[in-house]
Write a protein that binds this ligand. Sequence first.
Ligand code: FBP
Ligand code: MN
Length: 663
Amino acid sequence: MKKELKYLGLLSEQFPNISAVTTEIINLEAIMELPKATEHFISDLHGEYEAVSHVLHNGSGNVKEKINEVFSGRLDSEQINQLATIIYYPERKVASIIKTLSSQEEREEFYHDTILALVELGQFVVSKYTRSKVRKAMDPDLSYIMEELLFKDSILSNKEPYYHNIIQNVINLEAADLLIISLSELIQDLIVDHLHVLGDIYDRGPAPDKILNLLMEKKSLDIQWGNHDVLWMGAASGSKVAIANVLRICARYDNLEVIEDSYGISLRALASFAERVYPENGSQSFQPKLDDVAIHFPEEDKQLASIQQAIAILQFKLEYEVISRNPEFKANDRLLLHKINYEENTITIDNKTYPLKNTYFPTIDPENPYKLSEDEEWMINRLQADFLNSQPLQKHISFLYSKGNMYNIYNDNLLIHGCIPLNEDGSFMLVDVNGKKYKGKELLDKFEEILRQAYLNRQEDEAKNPVLDYMWYMWQGVGSSLFGKTKMTTFERYYIDDKITHEEPKNPYFTLREEKEIVENILEEFGVDSSKGRIINGHTPVKERSGEEPIKAEGKLLVIDGGFSKAYQPTTGLAGYTLLYNSFGMQLVTHQPFTNIEDAIEKELDIISTRRVVDRELERMTVRETDVGQLLEEQVADLKELLRAYRSGKIAEKVSNRNPNVE
Ligand SMILES: O=P(O)(O)OC[C@H]1O[C@](O)(COP(=O)(O)O)[C@@H](O)[C@@H]1O
Ligand SMILES: [Mn+2]
């Protein structure tokens, strides 16, 4: 009781009298009646900055849909495409249009029409939000003009000359570009209110760092870590085996610039070691996977192959340390270097002998195959120090930690990257973590605790940071909810032809997730009302070509691998899926592959997106029915309590010196 009074006392400082409390209650009640804001879900971005940035700019087709709604019958498709492109890339598109207009008159007309169109669209978009929220989203330098334009009351037609006058003055003062940019950004920001990123920002594509910079600008987002993100989090926490994996994948996809240029980690020592020790490669396995459009020189490819090979062997050696230190990882079958017959160039796995595709092992002592050579030891220690000390890398990884989680529950949906480890019979799989067994929600909570601990202790000696090994486990361990497979056959894929050995059997989750009861059971385990909620899942490309469906378990589970990864597009047959969840319900959006930003701006080539309605709300959903609504309801309840305290005299009213609703 005392505590409650103390809390009400604190609240009364913000709302000092009956009239302030009443105003706030009315304000909150009004907000709760607004339509639910739009959530946008994307996944498996894999370093494809340009495609990701485009999908964020076009709000998975949402911007164009709004343009169509507002201007249907008034603008033709050419004009609609132009307006959409201006909104996506205002600065570059306006500059490119202006270049084509020869007279001052034409330019003025373009500016005038564009600003008017943006204002009209903006008015439609802002109508879903409170004025205070819109104001906060505005560019402060132009907020006065934007407010005048966006909140004008069209009934007052005699005000029209006044607005035309504002626009004319903006043009005369050469501020039209700025206003177009600000209005476009505001529209983009408000069309999608909250972004969910379901993991795998890193690896395969060229610019994960730029994606992170883009995400860091977002006002409202959450991230669920993917197995590739955790690998980089491990590398930034000083895990040597994670560092080796990161470098191997970067060399494989020709993305070492991210390490060198963006994160300032020198790879000279590694490159010269690789070229010295693995001069002639010969093996097809280590050839980099190249983007068709990039120009390449044979020497470069040779260097990348040598680096990939050198670091792959180092990775296999380092895995020995991790696996033998942690018997509970149950990963002994991943230790293969001692199964090689170095004289006959074969390997025997499960009593079957296979020839090796590549037999050059200059750093391996067959008597002691997992022992690091002096050079390897020196190199990995140095790389470890460099990863730990790279400021730009640490900035991105700490952002991943601050916005990320193993899973998230948001408006009754459970968001995960990979899976919830299950047994064949659908029960939750027990996983041994530090001597204790965990399953279901508890397991994911435990994993998250460990991931945070490992990062927190990153400057400690490896010996004092034993949980660091778990970052490798999260990347490829049999009980990892992010990986979801029984083994990662990296060695076999490089060294053995027989495809049987390449298989990576999936956790039963991936077949069982087709069943409604299984999905409902998982939702209940996470405290989600299974009659309302769904699982939103990333990680596995949907092979639409072979008839796979992204909607599973009678609509209770949606797979939204964005398919951004160019390397994987041939298997999926299209670029992939994203999801929109607005007040009308959920819509799954399919995207065609993206070419590049140049084409998007000059040829106005949008990603063609088609929508599938997953469900449609019978009544438009309001803020009241969301997580935010729940918080607001609680605030209203507290305020009503305060109101009673004022009325009963328990707390004395004070004179208000400011209206709390006016910022
Ligand atoms: O196509 P690559 O580069 O050989 O990578 C294959 C590896 O990637 C993985 O699929 C993991 O990456 P994903 O999370 O993107 O599936 C491994 O299971 C597999 O061994
Ligand atoms: Mn993944």
